[in-house]
Design a protein around this ligand. Structure first.
Ligand SMILES: [Zn+2]
Length: 180
């Protein structure tokens, strides 16, 4: 099925389900999540505001993985394939709670903190709508603009020669240019 044929009502219903998944996952993992270590904070502080670094919490899962949303069975019945496999991802960010299936490298932490910065500049409803619309328009998880920005900035960080930049500014500029 061509996702672009989804009715606006169905699209907003999907966005509402994504929003519920993010918010219930955040509640589930927040109790076992911890602040950044001093070392992590020092590595990230040239790029992120202290409000992002203060609010972020990390949860490292061992022997268990984040389950995919229960709405997937319904989405599959609707003929939507290539849904993002959250349980297979390195890490997933639920607002300010970063849940990882593997040890945090600086690059992984950076990528997920970009998402924390994105969430901080929009409310959860807005983020969820952009996530779903990005998936529908782009046709895959990798084409979701929120994700493309996180990968682009992560690459800039990983390849950077110590260049400092403000992720908050980058997110603001993308939003103003309506790229996300
Ligand atoms: Zn990401």
């Amino acid at each position: 099925m061509d996702l672009k044929n989804l009715s606006p009502a169905m699209t907003s219903q999907l966005a509402a389900m994504v929003e519920a998944y993010i918010s219930s996952s955040r509640e589930k993992y927040a109790p076992q999540a911890v602040p950044l270590t001093d070392t992590q904070r020092a590595a990230m502080s040239p790029f992120f505001s202290s409000s992002v670094l203060d609010s972020a919490r990390l949860c490292l899962l061992r022997g268990t993985r984040v389950p995919n949303p229960s709405m997937y069975s319904m989405a599959k019945m609707m003929g939507i394939s290539n849904l993002p496999d959250f349980s297979g991802m390195a890490a997933i960010t639920f607002v300010d709670v970063i849940v990882s299936h593997q040890d945090f490298t600086d690059a992984l932490l950076f990528h997920e903190l970009v998402h924390v910065a994105q969430y901080a500049q929009m409310d959860l409803k807005d983020f969820s709508a952009r996530f779903v619309n990005g998936f529908i328009q782009g046709g895959s998880y990798e084409e979701i603009p929120l994700e493309k920005q996180a990968y682009a900035l992560e690459n800039r960080f990983s390849q950077g020669s110590g260049e400092e930049f403000s992720v908050d500014d980058e997110v603001r500029q993308w939003r103003e240019a309506e790229k996300i």
